[in-house]
Write a protein that binds this ligand. Structure first.
Ligand code: GSH
Length: 152
């Protein structure tokens, strides 16, 4: 497994589950696996499934990257400190001052490669607003995307 100080998946991230000894990481793969395992049938039309897929990726990619980069960048020592305290107890929380600068280099590199960390804050806010606007418009007055029941 990759280096991890916080009990992440074999891929280094959360969420992950273990089902009958099988390790499954990444939310979309977990949902797919659980649907298959528990034989959960979709009641959506093919067109609805296509829309669902597009919004799912919009939220987990465009929206997530923009929101997560700003959240992590602006609160990094606190973020590292809370993980350290949770994993190793409050007395080691001070290590955030040592670890945060090194971890920040890694996270920044990742978001620069992906692209978000190269945008200005104004550009990132525009991306977030556009994503939320699309979700709001499609949701309209409905409680869930395809009516009054969740589809996943
Ligand atoms: N697309 C992935 C996103 C996974 C992800 O980025 N998880 C975050 C927490 S929400 C994480 O583990 N971040 C720690 C890191 O990036 O090192 C999924 O849906 O599972």
């Amino acid at each position: 497994p990759m280096f991890t100080f916080s009990g992440r998946s074999e891929k280094g991230k959360l969420p992950f589950v273990e089902l009958n000894g099988e390790h499954i990481a990444d939310s979309q793969l977990i949902i797919l696996h659980l649907k298959k395992y528990f034989n959960i049938q979709d009641k959506l039309t093919n067109e609805q499934k296509a829309i669902e897929r597009a919004f799912d990726r919009l939220i987990d990619s465009s929206f997530f990257n923009a929101a997560n980069w700003l959240k992590v960048r602006d609160n990094f020592p606190e973020f590292v400190g809370s993980i350290l305290s949770l994993q190793f107890g409050k007395s080691l929380g001070f290590l955030k001052y040592v670890l945060a600068p090194f971890l920040m280099i890694k996270i920044k590199n990742r978001y620069e490669t992906e692209g978000t960390a190269k945008h200005s804050d104004e550009e990132i806010m525009t991306i977030l607003r556009n994503d939320l606007q699309a979700i709001e418009t499609y949701l309209g007055d409905k409680e869930y995307f395809f009516g009054d029941q969740p589809s996943q």
